[in-house]
Design a protein around this ligand. Structure first.
Ligand code: GAP
Length: 516
């Protein structure tokens, strides 16, 4: 199965099992907007809680807030979003479709890389075991020619985007003979800058209404509250403020399911430090955030850092944590050293002092900031995509069965325990419900009595439930149940009174938090 096929299956599975639905589906959907279903929201809440507790509970000097989505419009002037939060766009005059110019060029580059990979594959087949791939890439004239083309176009793209030379961006599209994927024509408009913020009006009468924006990041809600929190919480530098919540961006190229959406959630933390100490803290948070990711046990080799060469206007260092999705390594989290840009700019635009008096140095200064910014939906997608597994199972009678199992880290799974009476009579449903009533206060449990036990197991495998128990006639005699483990499919008989302890060890957030 190719990675593309796997991804298609994953999207279908997420819908079929109540994880993610297209928004307003009965009206044919709203592009790049999604709703979380009954299982999706449970898992999303678990991820959010894991992040929140790792930040606010495990660090004495980090507290949380929940700022409003609407903010004073000047906020976005100060942050630079009104002036510079743009994408370069181009329209095809025949199909009337709009594209991000840089994405068209990146797709072209990807096609050239695919050409190189095809040459390598062909040569591999031809030379067999004696094939030296590195040598081939370094010496094959066809490969070298394409690699050189990629390098030249990439350099031109980066420098034209950097300098805002939109004529040159259009020229690259023409030089590469890029066609519109819909019309197949090269009939392009000029490239224009397009601001990604959504606007709305606040006020009851439209003439006096003020234009305000839906926040494109949660970070600014933290910056404008920095002094409120510092003073009321008597926080001493270094300290952090964490927040999770919705952000909105009018993404033109919204692709890959919930990877890039127009309405999404961020989990951000701004860490305020002494000027001059920011690089130390930047390295500290890079390492600490990577540890958080790896603690979920999805495979250490699936993560890597990507250091930014081209820095945003506010940063003096930045790295992404990338994860290997079915469509390649992509950013999930950014760790940015944001200098004093945001606080100084808010100080200037608001006219309010945002300085901190440091009792240790007897100085007042505007703190520097290290930001960790992770997408909740992207984290959800990375867990789902690495959890999705199709398995063939050879049964005792030699026949082969198949199952789809979501190997979600147990602490993050939407449902922790499936509770099944063997049959719908003889007092077994009542006994099963009694056991469940005891456990549901602490764990998300689901009662199921329809279909064979095998089918019930499959349904719970498909949503990633780590444990299922079956209540049978023996339970009525000795209070034991059969517990079945999702990953190994092993079954054992245990005292019902031990269930809490067995579950607690595997499914509580403690199992993850302890590793940090
Ligand atoms: N405050 C810094 C900031 O917003 P960013 O790199 O633009 O930085 C941080 O966004 C994270 O938010 C990204 O790493 C990604 O996980 C998530 N994110 C950004 N745009 C997104 C979108 N359109 N859909 C889903 N997640 C997105």
């Amino acid at each position: 199965m190719t990675q593309e096929e796997l991804f298609k299956k994953l999207v279908a599975h997420a819908k079929e099992y109540g994880f993610v639905f297209q928004s307003s589906e009965i009206y044919d959907g709203l592009s790049a907007v999604y709703d979380y279903g009954q299982n999706g929201i449970e898992m999303k809440n678990n991820i959010r809680r894991y992040w929140w507790e790792a930040m606010t509970r495990l660090n004495d000097n980090i507290v949380g807030i929940d700022a409003a989505i609407f903010m004073h419009p000047k906020t976005w002037v100060a942050s630079g979003h009104v002036g510079a939060f743009n994408d370069p766009l181009i329209d095809n005059k025949d199909s009337k479709k709009r594209y991000r110019a840089d994405v068209l060029i990146e797709d072209w580059i990807q096609k050239q890389e695919d050409k190189i990979n095809k040459e390598v594959e062909k040569a591999k087949k031809r030379f067999g075991d004696t094939f030296d791939e590195a040598m081939f890439r370094e010496t094959n004239p066809r490969v070298l020619e394409v690699a050189e083309k990629i390098k030249t176009i990439n350099t031109r793209m980066v420098s034209s985007l950097d300098s805002g030379d939109l004529k040159e961006v259009k020229q690259i599209i023409e030089d590469c003979e890029i066609v519109c994927p819909i019309s197949g024509s090269r009939n392009w408009t000029e490239v224009r800058q397009f601001n990604l913020m959504f606007e709305t009006k606040m006020g009851s009468v439209s003439e006096d209404a003020d234009t305000i924006y839906l926040r494109p990041e949660t970070a600014q809600g933290i910056f404008v509250n920095y002094l409120n929190v510092q003073k009321t919480g008597r926080m001493k530098i270094p300290f952090g403020i964490a927040q999770t919540g919705k952000a909105f961006r009018n993404e033109i190229v919204a692709r890959q399911f919930i990877f890039r959406m127009r309405e999404f959630e961020q989990m951000e933390m701004q860490f305020f430090v002494r000027p001059g100490e920011e690089m130390e803290w930047y390295e500290y948070w890079k390492e600490k955030r990577m540890r958080w990711h790896k603690s979920m046990g999805l495979g250490d080799n699936k993560y890597r850092f990507h250091k930014h060469e081209k820095l945003a206007h506010y940063a003096n260092a930045a790295s992404d944590i990338e994860f290997e999705f079915p469509f390649g390594f992509k950013e999930v989290e950014g760790i940015h050293s944001r200098t004093d840009f945001d606080l100084s700019s808010h100080q200037k635009h608001s006219g309010k002092k945002l300085q901190y008096f440091d009792p240790e140095t007897n100085e007042s200064y505007v703190p520097y900031v290290i930001e960790t910014s992770i997408g909740l939906d992207r984290t959800f997608l990375l867990i789902l995509s690495s959890a999705y597994t199709e398995e063939k199972i050879t049964k005792e009678d030699g026949t082969v069965d198949e199952r789809v199992v979501l190997r979600i880290p147990p602490a993050l799974a939407p449902i922790k325990l499936g509770v099944f009476p063997l049959v719908k009579k003889d007092g077994l449903p009542e006994k099963a419900k009694m056991i469940m009533d005891e456990l549901k206060i602490d764990f998300a449990c689901q009662y199921e009595e329809k279909d064979t036990i095998g089918k019930r197991y499959r349904r719970h495998d498909a949503i990633g439930t780590p444990f299922c128990i079956t209540v049978d006639h023996q339970t009525l005699e000795d209070d034991t149940v059969t517990i079945r483990y999702r990953d190994t499919m092993a079954q054992e008989r245990v005292q019902a009174s031990r269930l809490r302890e067995i579950m607690e060890e595997k499914v509580s957030l403690r199992t993850l938090l302890k590793q940090l």
